[in-house]
Design a protein around this ligand. Sequence first.
Ligand code: FDA
Ligand code: PPY
Ligand code: MN
Length: 492
Amino acid sequence: MFSRQVKQFLKRSSSTLWPYLQRNYGAPSRQAKVTNDFVSSLKSIVGDKNVSTADAVREQHGHDESHHEIGLPDVVVFAESVQHVSEVSKLCNDNVVSLIPFGSGTGLEGGVNALEGGVCLDVTKMDEIIEVNAEDFDCTVRPGVMRIGLNNYLRDTGLFFPIDPGADASVCGMCATSASGTNAVRYGTMRENVLNLEVVLPDGRVIDTAGKGRRTKKTSAGYNLTNLFVGSEGTLGTITKATVRLYGVPEKTISAVCHFNSVQEAVDTVVQVLQCGIPMAKLEFLDDVAIEAFNKFSKFDMTVAQSLFLEFHGPALGLEDQFNTVKELIDMNNGFGLKTAIEADERNKLWKARHEMVWACCSLIPGSKPYSTDVCVPISHLPDVIVKTKEMIKEANVIGPIVGHVGDGNFHVFFPVDHADTETFKKVYDISHRMALLAMDRNGTCTGEHGIGMGKRDLLIRELGEEGVEAMRQVKKTFDPNGIMNPGKVFC
Ligand SMILES: Cc1cc2c(cc1C)N(C[C@H](O)[C@H](O)[C@H](O)COP(=O)(O)OP(=O)(O)OC[C@H]1O[C@@H](n3cnc4c(N)ncnc43)[C@H](O)[C@@H]1O)c1[nH]c(=O)[nH]c(=O)c1N2
Ligand SMILES: O=C(O)C(=O)Cc1ccccc1
Ligand SMILES: [Mn+2]
């Protein structure tokens, strides 16, 4: 099942990586302490009301939605302007105090957890939608703008912002994690949809990654600084403005669900649909275990089997033809129970339930939090990797529904874990690592969309090699020589 190299790594994995996961995040900090004088200086920049050392506020900012251990910042600062961000950054840099940008805390890899204390910089008050250029299909937003709020604002323009992680995340936080979701198979991920970013560097300088005010669909002008900051997870600077692509709301939308007796048949259908050049908007896989949780939590009565959820976007003319071609392919692969949802209410109910799958799975174990797994492989390897993952889950006797953005070769196991249950936690941790290694063994990645955060730093080294990570460290050092930006993330 695994190559020799991976087998060797696995041998190490349970003995060396488990204690590593358990390491004490309160290890002595190389950073200066946040003193009363320092807090006073913060207050003189952003005003008293925008600085909090209250336990409840620090706790709220010390974690995201993942299972990762909470990491309390010493102080939370609410920025109201780019100048605030710039002056706070400079102050932290001059005093070598950690600075952790906070979007909306929906991340799944512990990105905002303050591993060494320091300042959590909450940018949610900067929530202006600066401009919408309807004819150019773009808009520019401040970091407090959330994706659902943006789409509500855009409603009358006939445009929408398609990137849809299940949570209502901030658009700039989505830039920081290179997020995507169910629509990526058609519209791409954040990487393909960000045209420009304004970033405050740790020393307080403000740069526009594509040049001030530029918002072209293409450019050959030098290095792609925009994409350096997409996926940088708060380790290089704070994003204070993003210009992103928009798309026309499709004239017609058809959602559909169908079922298969095997993972292979479901994925074969997906590959053939893509080979036919059908521009599917969503191509989602849910395994039988996931459908059971889905039915229970969201009160559906779907056939419990390997399933595909699909969505077609396009002009009314021709969309039925696309649907009929897909129907033929489903039949050819022994798919059954094809049902459509055309009315908006019905479609919304289906996709809301899909987005809530993580909570559906957590409801299977009271008190649990989601353990994020997020591998992505070239689509030809998908059936093999999913089937082997199912075997590992069965062998370990843990609950592990599988859901995948299969059109992109990306899938997750939604492991609900209760921290107190160390035995299950360890099993889940092992499977998650094995999955990542298996994916990498098949030319894939350990994370398609959730990022490295604090949970996958060892895997990043394996994925890129020491040399690749060392090149990244050099980039980090160039932008952040004092190492103040979100320490302990991305790099070991
Ligand atoms: C139920 C559910 C479902 C999903 C997901 C979450 C949840 C809870 N996610 C994950 C999540 O929504 C995603 O990681 C968001 O992009 C995080 O955005 P936040 O604003 O919450 O960033 P959050 O505050 O969590 O921060 C995440 C990271 O970005 C950094 N950061 C945030 N704002 C920044 C800024 N302005 N400048 C610099 N750095 C900044 C932080 O420092 C941190 O490292 C997801 N994701 C996905 O890709 N696909 C999916 O399908 C889903 N599905
Ligand atoms: O629903 C999704 O597609 C996600 O990415 C969310 C998620 C949450 C927890 C574990 C795996 C995936
Ligand atoms: Mn996902």
